[in-house]
Design a protein around this ligand. Structure first.
Ligand SMILES: Cc1cc2nc3c(=O)[nH]c(=O)nc-3n(C[C@H](O)[C@H](O)[C@H](O)COP(=O)(O)O)c2cc1C
Length: 148
């Protein structure tokens, strides 16, 4: 059994709901998961003791990526989360009418790579509200679980 930390930043609850779906899926595969709001965690040593860390954050820009407020505060101190050498991936819900659809995923994934994390799956981008039986959600969870 592996331990997976899932941290989300969510303003209207869409990415929070996706985080919960991902958490349930990974738990059902027999692993320990913890789903936490970015507003409730501190950056220093955040990834210590976890085998994998998954980060979810919605985007609030227009022609530039603006990270969700609570996540931005954590992101500002991302160099302190000790993600180097850890398995990691990013996810978000967004709106495909925006030019930078789920642009937060790319920003976070790039930063995780820069910090030395091992990206186990290309970021998951869901248009609108996520459903637990959505094939792209199920496939992504499978991919992440297979990396554990
Ligand atoms: C002012 C504004 C800007 C937004 N910018 C983006 C964007 O750049 N890219 C995107 O995919 N979605 C964008 N969205 C849509 C939200 O990110 C989307 O509704 C998301 O699911 C909200 O997630 P949350 O409830 O977890 O915060 C924007 C919405 C608003 C109201």
């Amino acid at each position: 059994m592996s331990k997976v930390l899932i941290v989300y930043g969510s303003t209207t609850g869409n990415t929070e709901a996706l985080a919960e779906i991902i958490g349930r899926g990974i738990s059902e595969a027999g692993h320990e998961t913890k789903v936490v709001n970015a507003a409730d965690v501190a950056a220093p040593g955040l990834c210590d003791g976890w085998d994998m860390a998954l980060f979810g954050c919605s985007a609030w820009g227009d022609d530039e990526v603006v990270l969700q407020d609570d996540f931005q505060a954590l992101y500002d101190e991302f160099d302190q989360i000790n993600v180097k050498g850890k398995k990691a991936a990013a996810f978000a819900t967004g709106d495909s009418n925006f030019t930078l659809f789920c642009g937060s995923v790319d920003v976070i994934q790039d930063r995780l790579e820069e910090l030395g994390a091992e990206i186990v799956a290309e970021g998951l981008k869901i248009d609108g509200q996520a459903q637990s039986d959505q094939p792209e959600v199920r496939d992504w969870i499978k991919k992440v679980v297979s990396a554990l």
